[in-house]
Design a protein around this ligand. Structure first.
Ligand SMILES: Cc1ncc(COP(=O)(O)O)c(C=O)c1O
Length: 424
């Protein structure tokens, strides 16, 4: 039985040594022993409060009471699987479909972003009869065997084999800050044109691991044209950026005026309860009917109740509007800091999905990787949790629970100013 009083940190670390593989690292450098969370805050056993600016899973707030209540109520009533008929499943799928372009009406519910991306690729292969895939440099799409092969972030990183599999085609990161204003879509078009046949293009609607990069205007629409001309499907991975995080739209692809063939969603969907989904058109779904599809837990009544409560919270608590307003406030403050501190090379993002790229020299753009780590560590000492990303790990990422307040933004900017002043 689990005891109510927290185990001392040293004991927990020893137990982790014994029972967890060394492939798993601990977040935020020095271990944090968190005992509870509430909305945008995490608390240590001694009551120390941290502002969480990195957890885009707890989208509507850690232990959001509305979500907790919905899960508890449904758990006490019924939990079964999608081979039975129950209101919650179809209501939830209908509600999600209503947020998407009209033709993307068929949903598959699973338990993680990895499962969803894997399923999306299988569906694309079934529909096109082709096998090859196109992905963007620096991308991470999941931890299964197939997705490691489709994640340059992994296969080029520590422990990876370095080069892509022959069926994986990697296109450049459309990064205007580092790569300049090039025609990135034309470059991807050339790569697609030189490939015999492709099943699909798997792309995040805004790049996360590649460095918190909004796609340049026009990129997705021309890239989709190239992919479709080659017979492939366009799959957008909204696992990090979806569910209204960008503020202006529910889904980040909408900003680009495109309609994907397949949309993949995950992380914030269950606010920490494991949920993910793939949505596609009836025609594409029909190509995937030959083999039975079933996920034991995907779409169970408890998950549907939780997913519904997350959608209620986004809507009724006006969280997209809040993301727009607070994102703008953050960007304005960060740009003021950029004027003061040459180490801030770029400030970018949409809504509450932001990146602050640190460089040693604005001309050479030498990545300030150590400096980014120092700031993140220093901010943790000031009780604000941040982390870094991007191919050079020099981009400080901000993607907090969407229940953040103006006061949290102002306090963060104030502390960042102090940190930049004192720790670099
Ligand atoms: C963009 C993106 N896609 C997919 C995944 C995989 O999701 P999961 O960890 O839920 O399997 C992640 C996880 O970090 C992700 O960032």
């Amino acid at each position: 039985m689990m005891s109510d009083s927290p185990t001392p940190l040293d004991d927990l670390l020893r137990q982790r040594e014994t029972h967890l593989g060394k492939a798993l690292s601990i977040a935020h450098g020095k271990p944090l022993h968190i005992t509870h969370g509430h909305m945008q805050y995490l608390y240590e056993a001694d009551g120390t409060r941290y502002l969480d600016l990195v957890n885009n899973v707890c989208h509507v707030g850690h232990s959001n009471p509305r979500v907790v209540e919905a899960g508890q109520r449904q758990m006490a009533l019924l939990n079964t699987n999608t081979r039975y008929v129950y209101d919650g499943l179809t209501e939830y799928l209908g509600r999600l479909a209503a947020t998407l372009p009209e033709n993307l009406s068929v949903g598959f519910l699973v338990n993680s972003g990895s499962e969803a991306n894997e399923l999306a690729v299988r569906i694309a292969r079934a529909h096109t009869g082709a096998h090859d895939m196109v992905v963007v440099e620096g991308a991470y799409h999941g931890h299964t065997g197939m997705l490691i092969d489709l994640s340059p972030y992994k296969f080029r990183g520590a422990g990876g084999k370095g080069e892509p599999e022959p069926w994986v085609h990697v296109v450049p990161i459309p990064d205007i800050y580092r790569g300049g204003e090039r025609d990135y879509a034309a470059e991807m078009g050339e790569i697609v044109a030189n490939t015999a046949s492709i099943a699909g293009f798997l792309v995040e609607s805004m790049l996360s691991c590649a460095g918190q990069i909004p796609l340049p205007p026009g990129y997705l629409s021309s890239a989709f044209e190239h992919v479709r001309a080659a017979g492939g499907l366009c799959i957008v991975d909204e696992v990090q950026v979806g569910f209204g995080r960008i503020g202006t739209h529910m889904w980040a692809f909408e900003e680009h005026g495109v309609v994907p063939d397949i949309v993949v969603m995950g992380k914030p969907m269950g606010n920490g309860h494991p949920m993910a989904a793939v949505f596609t058109t009836p025609e594409i779904a029909a190509s995937f009917e030959e083999m039975e599809f079933f996920s034991t837990f995907g779409g169970n009544p408890v998950s549907c109740a939780i997913g519904m409560a997350v959608l209620d919270a986004i809507e009724e608590d006006g969280l997209m509007q809040r993301a727009t307003e607070l994102g703008a406030r953050f960007v304005e403050g960060l740009r003021e800091l950029q004027e003061q501190y040459p180490v801030i090379g770029d400030v970018r993002g949409r809504g509450l999905f932001l990146g602050v790229e640190l460089v040693r020299d604005r001309k050479t753009q030498e990545p300030a990787t150590g400096e980014a780590a120092s700031i993140v560590n220093d901010m943790r000492e000031r009780n604000v949790l941040l982390s870094t990303d991007g191919p050079h790990h020099n981009v400080i990422k901000i993607k907090p629970p969407m229940v953040l307040s103006k006061g949290d933004v102002d306090m963060t900017l104030h502390l960042l100013n102090e940190s930049l002043n004192q720790s670099l």
